[in-house]
Design a protein around this ligand. Sequence first.
Ligand SMILES: [Ca+2]
Ligand SMILES: [Ca+2]
Length: 255
Amino acid sequence: MKYFVITLALTMICALPVQADNNIMIGLDSVPNYMTEFYVPFLFENDVPLEAFSNGFTITANGNITAEFGDEWQITVGSRLDGIYTGFWVGIVSPDSILCGAAVLIPWPDPLPAGPLEELFSYEVLVTKNDIFSEGEICIDSVIKVGAAGDWLWDDGSGNIDPTFNEGNGAHCIIYYTPEMLCGDVTYDSKVNVSDVVYLINYIFSGGPIPEPYSIGDANCDGSVNLGDVVYITRYVFRGGNPPCDTDGNGIPEC
Ligand SMILES: [Ca+2]
Ligand SMILES: [Ca+2]
């Protein structure tokens, strides 16, 4: 492994010209609202290996949610050859080191692998919802204010700047949406499984939260949520019984 040394050059590269063969791709446009913790990936694609990069972010939320960055920031470095991606380094980075003006150093193997080099950088986002159906928009923007060329700074030894995701191009927004409702899915994670059985038992016997909407827990279509629905869902999950709300198993919901 060869480790590059941090240099003051990173603070000077804003004056250098943009190099067209570097790209940033953002791999997340929407998140279902049962998720309250998730990672937003950025893919850096380069023709030359990066030695370091520097960036800073803001996060804002619209709608009845709030969003903040979590503590996990991860970088995976790899190469792509004949369409096959091979990662060779994973680093967890403190969010403090991602703040504006800070540099992240990337260790590279020696010799370098063949093929285009890529860095997959991801950060954790934590969402607080007002209720189970909270929806909104989470917007992330880069905020480094150095020079007119842009906010993303990286250094491959000669200096490169990518203007793809900078102030002038606006923020990248992720839609936080309600997925299609699924009968029996009282945990609201788009699956009917043992966690839904546990949720219903907790509601019926221990005063746990009521299913929202109530009808989503009425798996046997008798108009109420009770032990019969626990039995019905358990039979579906473990013994191949009819799906929730499709009590005759013909593929058409009865309720
Ligand atoms: Ca579920
Ligand atoms: Ca029922």
